[in-house]
Ligand binder design. Structure first.
Ligand code: NAD
Ligand code: WQD
Length: 335
């Protein structure tokens, strides 16, 4: 029995592939490399010593996907595949709805045809929209501020409806907070397309000399130092959350949502300082305008994941900063 990782060559998928392999699971990957490099899999092989079966295909391509299910004994799917850039989704909403929704619908049709009932889905804290209060618990209101977020919320609903209709179906909806860091080997990590939108890859590109300085988007938020507060979580901790979710879907029916965060909010300026303390590199920054769509504070209450999945984040900010920098400094131009 194998676990199929759609989008498994991406940032979170590749780290999850390693953690599942370490736990003895057989993993298969399908990825169209629209936002990743095939070289990732060579690095994963270096780390795990295993050749992970890889299919280059679009998950929305029903024929190609059916072939994968026909050729393998798949027990559970982890559905990472999708586009994830918030800003691009505002400019090109149809591209996001088409890819994220279509790929999910095709996947669900093929899973049903082959009698596969278990799915773990990559949702996002973005589905909480503008939080009324923090920490965020899974029962709080949802509502999005961008098309990317709406695709996540719509897919959550599609999975809930499927679980209502099919009593054999089991879905775990994982709402990730802000994944950063990289595998401790420094061999795999996040590969942003062009100039990074997210904080940590921006910081590491300033540190490596590719970008001049960081713009801190706003210092007048109602937070302890005025800058935005987020729940940054090490990607390896996040990957381990998927191992726990795979165990959970195999023995529970219905659809269940879990936050994957640390429960700790850290501000932008705290991250800048933590990076300096961990790596000895000062990050020059300027205070800029708030970024449209940003919220002041967003961090998880991770209690449900601890109680339901037996999982909690273990790594601290120093680990996150050191591992992000090890990956960036040893791979300045990516793979
Ligand atoms: P990523 O872009 O690195 O990985 C996604 C992978 O999916 C890529 O390898 C891409 O080539 C592939 N892909 C996209 N569309 C595909 C399709 N139709 N068919 C086959 N492959 C396809 O992103 P990531 O950071 O690893 O995120 C994984 C998932 O987690 C995404 O669904 C993302 O929306 C979600 N998520 C990410 C974050 C984050 O901050 N990184 C936070 C919350 C949720
Ligand atoms: C973090 C903080 C910025 C860049 C995004 C998505 C979310 C999820 C995770 C997918 C904020 C500030 C950033 C910079 C800055 N992804 N910042 N200067 O916006 O919390 O979440 O990634 O699901 O959906 O929206 O993450 O890293 O972009 O920003 O000051 O150059 O850093 O304003 O306060 P965000 P981020």
């Amino acid at each position: 029995m194998a676990i199929l990782l759609t989008g498994g060559a991406g940032y979170i998928g590749s780290h999850t592939c390693i953690e599942l392999t370490k736990e003895g699971y057989d993993v298969i990957i399908v990825d169209d490399f629209s936002n990743s490099s095939p070289k990732v899999m060579e690095r994963v092989k270096e780390i795990t010593g295993k050749d992970i079966p890889l299919y280059r295909a679009d998950v929305a391509d029903k024929e190609a996907l059916s072939r994968i299910f026909a050729e393998n004994d798949i027990e559970t799917v982890i559905h990472f595949a999708g586009f994830k850039a918030v800003g691009e989704s505002c400019r090109l909403p149809v591209k996001y709805y088409r890819n994220n929704i279509d790929s999910t619908l095709t996947l669900l049709e093929v899973m049903a045809e082959y009698g596969v009932h278990n799915i773990v889905f990559s949702s996002s804290a973005t589905v909480y929209g503008v939080p009324k209060k923090v920490p965020l618990t899974e029962d709080m209101d949802t509502g999005c501020t961008n098309p990317y977020g709406w695709t996540k919320l719509m897919i959550e609903q599609i999975l809930r409806d499927t679980a209502t209709a099919d009593k054999e179906f089991s879905a775990v909806l994982l709402r990730y907070f802000n994944p950063i860091g990289a595998h401790e080997s420094g061999r795999i990590g996040e590969l942003p397309n062009g100039i990074p939108n997210n904080l940590m890859p921006y910081i590491t590109q300033v540190a490596v000399g590719k970008l001049k300085q960081l713009s801190v988007f706003g210092n007048d938020y109602p937070t302890h130092d005025g800058t935005g507060v987020r729940d940054f979580i090490h990607v390896v901790d996040l990957a381990k959350g998927h191992v726990a979710a795979v165990k959970y879907v195999a023995s529970n029916k219905g659809a269940e949502v879990f936050n994957l965060g640390t429960g700790i909010g850290n501000s932008v300026l705290v991250i800048v300082k933590a990076f300096k303390d961990a790596n000895g590199i000062e990050i020059p920054y300027v205070i800029a305008e708030r970024r449209s769509g940003d919220v002041a504070e967003c961090y998880a209450d991770p209690k449900k994941a601890f109680e339901g999945l037996g999982w909690k984040a273990e790594k601290n900010l120093t680990d996150m900063c050191k591992d992000s920098w090890r990956w960036q400094s040893s791979n300045p131009d990516g793979y």
